[in-house]
Every structure is written in structure tokens, then in C-alpha cells.
Design a protein around this ligand. Structure first.
Ligand code: TXA
Ligand code: MG
Length: 314
């Protein structure tokens, strides 16, 4: 029997659901996550089933603070220094503690675990109230657009998943994922915390994982973040029948045209990216032409998501 929830659910219901081994979607500053008790294999299995997510794709564990994170993962001095950027849009993939109360499914059988301390006040409050680390991938069916509002989560799962309301996500793209082995740092996925900010903090450059590298993050699947519509990149205008997603001066007109940031601001563009793609999809666009986006700063993550959205699908 499948439930339908009266969404959004109350904070107390969200806490009860998560404590009793159910899944519940919740807001973070990046995108909405689909949470479950990371120590409960049955609960974590429900995340994979709800999303139809391949079992080999590990989940990020969300902690309230460094203390909780240290019960799960082993921090090198470099990892510890990077963790001073928490709370925020940064996930560290670290060696998993042998006694971590995290079920094997969370890390897909790997001996590492992805950990993040989110900054969103409601995410913080939720993890503290449940009192346990929460495994949470983005709250979208596997391979589809990530959600940055309650409405998008509700539509994606037709209210068969409980959702806690926390407004629109302020960053709009997922966390940056860094693999840390000793003092070596590799960016596995670009995200809302820019590589420039991380390199400034570390005082050195970091490596970028090649796609197809053995240790990879998901985003690492070529086709991901796919809207229903097909995507054409680096477009200077819309052809007949195309919707248009502009940036800065490169804009279109009419009902099927949106602009990520008329002012050419990358933070605004990141915040609007998934929301605009969701909206153009909902309008029934078959093809979305997208203006060129600068590749620096947050543009790295925006271009990464757009490239995957445009990749050929199975
Ligand atoms: O901003 C975010 O990161 C959001 C919010 C909800 O926190 N979460 C998110 O989760 O984007 P998800 O599952 O959509 O992407 C997380 C990626 C996975 O695709 C996975 O490949 C990578 O993190 N990951 C997690 N644990 C890993 C590990 N042990 N080794 C390598 N990659 C890992
Ligand atoms: Mg995702």
C-alpha cells in the first residue's frame, strides 16, 4: 500500500518519521534531500527504492556538527582544515570508521563515506532533533532534475514522500564533493562552494577527478539532472520551436523564455538553474536552448550540470 502525505508535513512528523525508519524529504541550502536514518539499513533501502537509484551509488551522510561527523569518518589534518568550512555546501569523502553506525548500503560497500554538515537552519534543527546522522541524496527520481523547492519534490514523487517545508534553497546546486586521502585532495564533483574558495582556504590548487576515474561521484554519470526536454548548449538564440534559457545579455522573449540572471550574476543563475529547467519542462518545452555561461566560479558547477542535462540518455 502506498501512502499519500498531507504535504508539507510538520516538523514533529518529520522527526517521528525519521526516528521510526521512514524517509522524509527536507531542505538544505543546496537542494532538498531525501533523508533517512543512516544507521538503519531498511530505512536507507527505502531511499534507493523511492529514487530508483542504482545501489552502487553511495549517499552523503548529513551531520549536525563536527562531533557527529567524527563518529563516522577519520579526519586527516587536511580534512580537518577543510571541515572548518562547515556548515556549508561541502561534502568530504573520507575513510569510514570501522565502528561507524552507518549501514553498508549508505557507502555502497566502499570503505569511505561522504559527510556533510549542512548550513540550512531547519536541516540543522532536524538532525539534532532526530539525534542521528541522516543519509540523504537529492530528493529527485534518479537521473532527473534536483529539487530546490517543496513543490518540485511533491510533484516528483506525487506526495508519496513526506516533505518538510523550508523555502527555496539559497544555493540551488548541490554541494561540492572533495575526496581526501591524507593530504591529497581531489574534487569529485563541482558544486555550490567554488573551487576558487576551497583553493584559497587551502592555500594550494586541488586536482579535479577525470570522469570515468575509478573513485568517482555520481554526478560522474554522463547523463544526469535530465529535464524532460532535450538541451542545446551555448546557444545565442532560440530556433523555431525551442524554449530559451538565457544568461545576462543573451536572452530570448516570449512565454518559453527565461533568464538565469539578467544581471549576469552566477550565484543568481545557480539558484535559478533547476527551478527554471523545472518550469520550462512544466510548460511542455521539447527542446531548451541555453545561453553560454562563464566557466569560472559557480559557473563550473552550472556548466557541469548543464553538460550532464544535455548528455545522450539511455
Ligand atoms: O548538496 C548535496 O550534496 C545534496 C544535499 C541533499 O545534501 N545531496 C546530493 O546527494 O547531491 P546525491 O546523492 O544526489 O549526490 C551525492 C553524490 C553521490 O552521487 C555519490 O556518488 C557521491 O556523492 N558520494 C557519496 N559518498 C561517496 C563515497 N564514499 N565515495 C565517492 N562518492 C561518494
Ligand atoms: Mg542527486
Amino acid at each position: 500500500m502506498t501512502m499519500k502525505f498531507q504535504n508539507p508535513v510538520s516538523f514533529a512528523s518529520a522527526v517521528n518519521l525519521l526516528k521510526s525508519g521512514e524517509v522524509c524529504a527536507f531542505p538544505t541550502e543546496t537542494v532538498y534531500g531525501l533523508g533517512a536514518n543512516a544507521g538503519d539499513a531498511q530505512a536507507v533501502l527505502k531511499i534507493f527504492q523511492t529514487k530508483e537509484r542504482p545501489r552502487f551509488n553511495p549517499l552523503i551522510v548529513h551531520c549536525a556538527d563536527m562531533g557527529m561527523a567524527e563518529e563516522i569518518a577519520i579526519f586527516s589534518s587536511t580534512a580537518r582544515h577543510l571541515a572548518t568550512l562547515w556548515p556549508g555546501a561541502l561534502t568530504l569523502v573520507l575513510p569510514k570508521r570501522s565502528n561507524a553506525k552507518i549501514c553498508g548500503l549508505v557507502s555502497a560497500g566502499l570503505d569511505t563515506v561522504g559527510v556533510r554538515v549542512p548550513a540550512h537552519p531547519l536541516a540543522q534543527k532536524l538532525i539534532r532533533a532526530v539525534g542521528l546522522p541522516l543519509a540523504a541524496p537529492s530528493a529527485n527520481p534518479s537521473g532527473r532534475l534536483s529539487p530546490t523547492s517543496v513543490g518540485q519534490v511533491r510533484r516528483a514523487f506525487a506526495d508519496k514522500v513526506a516533505v518538510l517545508e523550508g523555502g527555496e534553497c539559497s544555493a540551488g546546486v548541490e554541494s561540492t564533493i572533495l575526496g581526501v586521502e591524507g593530504q591529497r585532495v581531489v574534487q569529485l564533483r563541482s558544486g555550490a562552494l567554488t573551487r576558487e574558495e576551497i583553493e584559497m582556504h587551502l592555500g594550494r590548487e586541488i586536482a579535479i577527478a577525470r570522469s570515468g576515474a575509478p573513485v568517482s561521484a555520481p554526478g560522474m554519470m554522463a547523463s544526469h539532472y535530465a529535464p524532460n526536454a532535450k538541451i542545446r548548449l551555448n546557444a545565442t538564440g532560440a530556433k523555431a520551436g525551442e524554449a530559451f534559457l538565457g544568461f545576462g545579455d543573451v536572452s530570448g522573449s516570449g512565454p518559453m523564455a527565461k533568464n538565469l540572471s539578467p544581471a549576469g550574476d552566477l550565484a543568481e543563475a545557480a539558484r535559478n538553474l533547476f527551478a527554471h529547467l523545472h518550469e520550462l519542462d512544466a510548460m511542455g518545452a521539447n527542446l531548451i536552448a541555453v545561453a553560454p555561461i562563464p566557466k569560472t566560479g559557480l559557473g563550473e558547477a552550472i556548466n557541469d550540470r548543464l553538460l550532464r542535462a544535455a548528455a545522450p540518455r539511455k
